[in-house]
Design a protein around this ligand. Structure first.
Ligand code: ASP
Length: 333
């Protein structure tokens, strides 16, 4: 049995208003990834580690997700990206943070995993290691999209705290009148922009291959207006990403809360030590991050093929490949 699950981030408060005009493109991207990478996994052509690397690379290429091209913009007007990957077979891992010139940060994380040491690189060192490894180098102009500049300008003009447009609907609602002042962005209607301002979009994948091995990968641009040097949970093994012989986890949400609770490893520990089922473990973890301001979701699979994708916000872009079937969803089922 093989399983592939992916996510494109979680966010929002209150009831889901249904798909936006931009959602069909996100869903099409997820369906194509699940169908193609899932099939290759099913045919035994790729391992779980290769599946999560490929799936996250393709999600990084979709500008509507907050990773790779289309990553959100920091306080200084620059994009910096974080990613991590873990192979459940031997608990090898790789991670990078503050990457600014690579098209696929997850491929640098995978490169570091294979190199064994160092496990994690930051900033210029990470960019340089990616360049040396022959990974595709791109410009900041190529990475930044009109939607992300609109979010960034809204963040700057409204004097919101960093990440506010991503996570805090009360602050956002207080500033909604300013949205129209963002000015015309040809591809996005005003209505879309209101929806998308709270746009989540961190991406992740978990997979179980034919050999029974698990792997997990996560990639993000972080939060709109984040201060220079801010690192969230995504590149931190045990917080944003975890895979061992029992479970594989990729998280999305307010990173600081996931770091403080070692959220990804927490799920694995609950399954192993507290002997609870995967779904219970995921929900317990979400309950634990909540008091720390954690808002988000998780995708997790077990070596038995169980899949759980709970979230405690309005929506989470998510999907699975299981026994030849592709499933995708945005709001509550
Ligand atoms: N966890 C990411 C971070 O804090 C953001 C997200 O998942 O949306 O950088």
């Amino acid at each position: 049995m093989v399983v592939l699950a992916i996510h494109g981030g979680a966010g929002g408060d209150g009831p889901w208003g249904g798909p936006t005009d931009l959602d069909p493109a996100r869903i099409e991207c997820m369906q194509s990834i699940l169908a193609n990478v899932g099939k290759a996994l099913e045919d035994g052509k790729i391992t779980a580690l290769e599946a999560v690397t490929e799936a996250v690379s393709l999600l990084e290429d979709e500008p509507l997700f907050n990773a790779g091209r289309g990553a959100v913009i920091g306080a200084d007007g620059k994009i910096t990206m974080d990613a991590s990957i873990m192979n459940g077979k031997d608990c090898s891992a790789g991670a990078c943070a503050g990457v600014s010139i690579l098209r696929h940060p997850i491929r640098l994380a995978n490169h570091l995993l294979k190199g064994n040491w160092p496990l994690m690189l930051f900033g210029e060192g990470a960019d340089e290691a990616g360049r040396k490894a022959g990974l595709e180098v791109v410009s900041q102009e190529w990475l930044a999209t009109p939607l992300r500049w609109a979010q960034w300008k809204k963040w700057r003009d409204s004097n919101l705290r960093p990440g506010a447009t991503d996570e805090d609907d009360n602050v956002l609602n207080a500033a909604l009148d300013h949205d129209i002042e963002i000015g015309p962005i040809s591809e996005f209607s005003h209505e879309n922009l209101l929806e998308e301002i709270d746009g989540p979009g961190t991406v992740g994948a978990v997979a179980l291959d034919k050999e029974g091995n698990l792997a997990a990968a996560t990639s993000t641009g972080g939060m709109t207006g984040k201060p220079l040097g801010r690192v969230g949970d995504t590149p931190l093994i045990g917080a944003g990403t975890w895979a061992d012989s029992r479970v594989a986890v990729s998280n999305t949400g307010v990173g600081e809360a996931y770091i403080r609770t070692c959220a990804a490893k927490r799920v694995a520990d609950l399954v192993e030590l507290a002997n609870v089922d995967l779904e219970t473990a995921c929900n317990m973890m979400l309950d634990e991050v909540e008091p720390f301001g954690g808002r988000g979701g998780i995708i997790a699979i077990s070596s038995k093929g169980e899949v759980c994708m709970p979230f405690q916000v309005t929506l989470m872009y998510r999907g699975t490949y299981f026994k030849g079937d592709v499933f995708t969803a945005i709001g509550p089922n």
